[in-house]
Write a protein that binds this ligand. Structure first.
Ligand code: APR
Length: 229
């Protein structure tokens, strides 16, 4: 039974060198979201969309998990099935820190989704050169990421966990993108205590019972050390 649900966003990976989305010099600063992160953009200009995600996938080779990811892996080791770690991040830094049960609600850069057969394949190289799907052979692979206008993955499992949760913790997310931004209200309405850990107050900070402000690499290990005793 899930007692603790943790939601992470771009802020948890910021100190690893992965750009966030909405900060000054954030990822969306140089791009129009609807040119690279919508199904319509992919239909109109797949070359631009692939170039954007191919570059982000390649950049994962230059970053490492930080103490926040490492602490969250320790939390999983301590709580086992009582923890659900949900991330909006498409990087693999939670896994590289040792977390095994991460729910990637916005998909993953190191995964390709076949538009032809719907099968996902682990993927580390580029997709822009039109490689064949390992499952069906069709050259129809797209980034396995959830674009604006698409439904995030595994929402049923997330809401079922929020129904049971006694504690909901949001780490390094702006609270600007739904449905994730609504998890705090949902969890609180079902009786969970709610805690925000963010470098500054998020857009949804007033929904939380408690908010602590500072870098994730400091706040997250502190919180987990205290929780695990
Ligand atoms: N420690 C803690 N929090 C941080 C740090 C840090 N070192 N650095 C930045 N932050 C906070 C910012 O203050 C901001 O509130 O992390 C948050 C990052 O917000 P966004 O850039 O909006 O990222 P996120 O909330 O994950 O975005 C949600 O939106 O663009 C889509 O699909 C994309 O998954 C993404 C979703």
């Amino acid at each position: 039974m899930t007692k603790t649900v943790v939601l992470t966003g771009a802020g948890v990976s910021a100190e690893s060198g992965v750009p966030t989305f909405r900060d000054a010099r954030g990822l969306w600063e140089g791009y129009q979201v609807d040119e690279v992160a919508t199904p319509r953009a992919f239909r109109a200009r797949p070359d631009i969309v692939h170039a954007f995600y191919d570059a982000r996938r390649a950049s994962l080779e230059t970053v490492e998990p930080n103490p926040a990811h490492v602490a969250l892996a320790r939390l999983e080791a301590g709580l086992g099935d009582e923890l659900l770690l949900v991330t909006q991040n498409v990087d693999d830094l939670h896994e590289r820190a040792g977390s095994t049960g991460v729910l990637h609600m916005h998909g993953q850069l190191r995964s390709a989704l076949c538009v032809g057969c719907d099968v996902r394949s682990p993927w580390t190289g580029p997709l822009g050169d039109g490689p064949d799907c390992p499952a069906c052979g069709a050259p129809e692979l797209r980034p396995d990421v959830v674009w604006f206008g698409e439904l995030p993955y595994e929402m049923d499992r997330i809401f079922a966990a929020l129904d049971e949760a006694e504690l909901f913790v949001s780490i390094g997310t702006s609270g600007a993108v739904y449905p994730a931004a609504g998890f705090v209200q949902y969890a609180a309405a079902r009786g969970a205590r709610t805690l925000e850990l963010n470098i500054e107050p998020s857009e949804g900070t007033h929904w939380f019972h408690e908010a602590r402000h500072g870098p994730a690499s400091v706040l997250v290990p502190e919180w987990i050390d205290r929780l695990l005793g």
